[in-house]
Write a protein that binds this ligand. Structure first.
Ligand code: CP3
Length: 363
C-alpha cells in the first residue's frame, strides 16, 4: 500500500457520515422508516465463532480487550461473517470496575471474579472515579480503529457500558450471584453506602459512554442485565435515579442510547422513564405488548430467545416470523436476541437468521 499519499478524508468523512446516518440501524434508532428491519446480536463476537476461539487460545479475554488492535479484530469477526447492521465494540462491562480499584479476573469455567469486593462504606469511599480517557483508553482507542474499518462499509458502531445496578452486583457480590444477598443487603441495610456507591458507578458509566461517543461510537447501549431481580418499587427508589444520571451524561453526546435489561416486564415504564431512545426487551413478553406498554416515543430492540438459535431452522424461522409479523412496517424495531448469544450456538443458524430478517421485512 502507498503510504506516502495522504488521502483527502474530508469528503470521504462527509459522505460516510451521510450514508451512516441513513443506515437502517441508525434510522430505526430514530424511529424512521427503513428498507428492511436492522439486526445485530448482543455478544455477537464470542465463543460460538471459531475465529474468536482461535484468538482466545493465544490471549486471555482481558488481553484482547486491552490491546486495541485485537479488540478491533474481534469486533470485525461477526461483521465479516454475517450481514449484520451494526458492530459492537469488543469489550466487557467489568473493566471499568478495575479502573475504580477492584481486582478483576476471568476464571475459566467460573466467569468473572472480583478479588476485593465492596462490602462496607469504607470500601465505597475507597473507590475512585477516574476519567475514562485515563482508565479505559484501550477501549476508546479500539473504537477509533474499528471506525476506520467500518466507515467504508457504512456500518455503525455501538459503544456500551454496564448500568450502575448491574455493575454494583458484580462489585459487591464479587462475581455472578443467584440471590444477590450482599447487593440487596447493602441496598436495604445501608442506604447511605448504597447511594454513595451508585453515584460513583453512575458517573463512571455515564462518563465512559460519553467518551465512547466522542471516540466515534454512533450509538450507546446501557446493559442493566440483572435489574429484573428487583421489585419495581426498589428499582424506582434505589436504581432508577442513577441509571437516569448515567444516561443524562451519555446524552450530552447527542447519540441515541439503547437501554437494555432482562426480566423487566413489571418495570418497563420505569426503565423507559429512566431514559433511552431504544428500549431492549427479552423474550418473556410479546414484543408488541412491550411496545404498547412503552408507547410510541421510543424504538424497541429484541426479542428472540437465544436458545431458539439451537432449534432446527424451520422452528427458528417460525419464531422469528412470530416476532416480526405484529410489528412489520412499524418504524423503530431493531431485531436482536432478548439476551446475549450463547456459546456453541450453530453459526449456520446465525447466518440464516440475519439473512431471513432482511428478506422477510424488505420493502
Ligand atoms: O456483544 C459483543 O460482541 C461485545 C462484547 C461483550 C462481552 N461482554 C464480551 C465477553 C459484551 C457487550 C459483554 C457484556 C457483558 N459482560 C454483560 C452484559 C450483557 C449480558 O450478557 O448480560 C455482562 C453481565 C458481562 C459480564 C461477563 N463477561 C460475564 C458474566 C462473563 C462470563 C460468562 C461467559 O459468558 O463466559 C463475561 C465474559 C465475556 N465477555 C465473554 C465475552 C465474549 C466470554 C469469555 C471468554 O472469551 O472466555
Amino acid at each position: 500500500m502507498d503510504t506516502t499519499v495522504t488521502p483527502d478524508t474530508t469528503n470521504r468523512d462527509a459522505a460516510n457520515t451521510h450514508s451512516l446516518s441513513n443506515s437502517r440501524f441508525l434510522r430505526a434508532c430514530h424511529r424512521q422508516p427503513v428498507d428492511a428491519t436492522p439486526i445485530w446480536l448482543m455478544r455477537q463476537a464470542g465463543r460460538y465463532m471459531s475465529e474468536y476461539r482461535s484468538l482466545r487460545e493465544k490471549y486471555t479475554i482481558l488481553e484482547i480487550i486491552k490491546t486495541p488492535e485485537l479488540a478491533c479484530e474481534v469486533t470485525m469477526q461477526p461483521i465479516n461473517a454475517f450481514d449484520l447492521d451494526a458492530a459492537i465494540i469488543f469489550a466487557d462491562i467489568l473493566p471499568p470496575l478495575e479502573g475504580m480499584g477492584l481486582q478483576l479476573e476471568f476464571v475459566k469455567g467460573e466467569g468473572p471474579v472480583i478479588h476485593n469486593p465492596v462490602r462496607s462504606s469504607a470500601d465505597v469511599d475507597n473507590l475512585q472515579v477516574r476519567p475514562p480517557q485515563e482508565a479505559l483508553s484501550f477501549t476508546l482507542d479500539a473504537i477509533k480503529l474499528a471506525r476506520n474499518e467500518l466507515d467504508s462499509r457504512g456500518i455503525p458502531l455501538i459503544g456500551f457500558s454496564g448500568a450502575p445496578f448491574t455493575l454494583a452486583s458484580y462489585a459487591i457480590e464479587g462475581g455472578s450471584s443467584k440471590n444477590r444477598l450482599h447487593v440487596k443487603g447493602m441496598m436495604m441495610g445501608d442506604p447511605t453506602a448504597w447511594h454513595n456507591l451508585m453515584i460513583k458507578l453512575s458517573e463512571v458509566a455515564g462518563n465512559y459512554l460519553l467518551a465512547q461517543a466522542e471516540a466515534g461510537a454512533h450509538v450507546l447501549q446501557l446493559f442493566d442485565s440483572w435489574v429484573g431481580d428487583l421489585s419495581p418499587d426498589d428499582y424506582r427508589q434505589y436504581v432508577m435515579p442513577y441509571s437516569q444520571h448515567a444516561i443524562d451524561i451519555a446524552k450530552q453526546s447527542g447519540v441515541p442510547v439503547i437501554h437494555f435489561g432482562t426480566n423487566t416486564n413489571g418495570m418497563l415504564d420505569l426503565i423507559r422513564d429512566a431514559g433511552g431512545d431504544v428500549i431492549g426487551v427479552d423474550w418473556r413478553i410479546r414484543l408488541e405488548d412491550a411496545w404498547n406498554l412503552l408507547g410510541d416515543k421510543v424504538a424497541i430492540q429484541g426479542n428472540l430467545d437465544p436458545v431458539a438459535l439451537f432449534a432446527p431452522w424451520d422452528a427458528l424461522k417460525a419464531r422469528t416470523q412470530q416476532i416480526l409479523d405484529p410489528v412489520k412496517g412499524k418504524p423503530g424495531h431493531i431485531f436482536n436476541l432478548g439476551h446475549g448469544i450463547l456459546p456453541n450456538t450453530p453459526v449456520d443458524n446465525v447466518r440464516r437468521l440475519v439473512d431471513f430478517v432482511h428478506e422477510y421485512t424488505s420493502k
